[in-house]
Design a protein around this ligand. Structure first.
Ligand code: BTN
Length: 244
C-alpha cells in the first residue's frame, strides 16, 4: 500500500486499523475516519464522537528513535493541535500533561499514543488524535467536561480544512523532534494546565494527592507527592475526575 493519506467513512478505530497495517503502511501515513465504532481513549476508556462532526485520525511514525523520543512525541502532538486550534480562533488553550488539549477547564482534544518500542529499526508510534470540532452536545460520563471548536467560537468549521492544517502541523512538529529540535518544550511550559494545581491521581496504582510543580525539560512532570518532590513519567500517573 503506497498511499499516505487514507480516509474512511466508518472504521472500528483509526489507531487499531493503523496498528494492524503498520508493516505495510509507509512512514508518516495518516488514517482518518468520519465515524469510529470502537474509538479508543487512554487507560482503556472508549472515545465517542458523533458521526461526521469531529476530526478523528491516526498518524504512523516509523523510526528507530521512537523509543527515545516517545514522551516528546506525545507532548509535541498536543502542541501541534494547540497551534492548529489557535488558527481557527480558539482562545485560552492549554495543555494538560501528558497530552490533553484544554480550553479553560474543558477538554477539546484527546491524544492516544500506541508504541511498538523494542529499540530497533522496526519501531513505530501511532499518534491517535480526536479533535472535537462541530459537536455541540456530549452525552455520557466524562472525566473532564468536553468542549468543541464550535462551542468555543460559535462557528461551524470545515473538518477538511482543520484536517489539512492538522496533518501538516503535526508532521512538521514530529519531524522536528526526530531531528533533535525540542524547542517546543519551552512553549508548552508556558501553557501548562496543571502547574500549581493539586489534583488526585493514580500514581503507580495508588490514589494520591499530587501538587504539580510543572513540566520538566524531558517532558516528565515535576510534582510533590506525600511531601516528596518526584518526577513522574508517562504511564506512571493517570488523573481522576477533578476533585474526586
Ligand atoms: C484520550 O483518552 O484522551 C485519547 C483519545 C484519543 C481518540 C482518538 S480518535 C482517533 C484515534 N482513534 C482512536 O481509536 N482513538 C484515537
Amino acid at each position: 500500500m503506497c498511499l499516505k493519506r487514507l480516509s474512511f467513512k466508518k472504521i472500528d478505530s483509526t489507531s487499531a486499523f493503523t496498528k494492524r497495517r503498520r508493516f505495510v503502511l509507509r512512514n508518516f501515513t495518516f488514517v482518518s475516519a468520519k465515524y469510529q465504532t470502537a474509538g479508543r481513549g487512554r487507560t482503556g476508556r472508549t472515545w465517542e464522537s458523533k458521526k461526521g462532526e469531529n476530526l478523528l485520525f491516526s498518524f504512523l511514525v516509523k523510526d528507530s528513535k521512537c523509543k527515545d523520543v516517545f514522551a516528546y512525541l506525545s507532548m509535541c502532538s498536543a502542541f501541534a493541535v494547540k497551534s492548529v486550534l489557535e488558527k481557527f480562533g480558539v482562545r485560552d488553550l492549554s495543555i494538560k500533561w501528558p497530552n490533553d488539549v484544554y480550553v479553560g477547564g474543558k477538554k477539546i482534544c484527546g491524544i492516544l499514543l500506541d508504541g511498538c518500542l523494542l529499540g530497533g529499526k522496526d519501531d513505530d508510534v501511532i499518534i491517535g488524535v480526536g479533535i472535537n470540532v462541530n459537536q455541540s452536545e456530549f452525552s455520557g460520563e466524562f472525566l473532564q467536561q468536553p468542549t468543541s471548536v464550535y462551542l468555543q467560537t460559535g462557528k461551524k468549521q470545515s473538518i477538511k480544512r482543520i484536517k489539512k492544517e492538522a496533518y501538516s502541523t503535526l508532521e512538521k512538529e514530529v519531524k522536528k523532534v526526530l531531528n533533535g529540535d525540542l524547542s517546543f518544550v519551552e512553549e508548552i511550559k508556558k501553557i501548562d494546565f496543571l502547574k500549581g494545581k493539586s489534583v488526585y491521581a493514580e500514581v503507580c496504582g495508588e490514589k494520591k494527592l499530587v501538587t504539580v510543580k510543572g513540566i520538566n525539560d524531558d517532558c516528565s512532570l515535576k510534582a510533590i507527592v506525600e511531601g516528596k518532590e518526584v518526577n513522574l513519567f508517562f504511564g506512571e500517573i493517570s488523573f481522576h475526575a477533578e476533585d474526586k
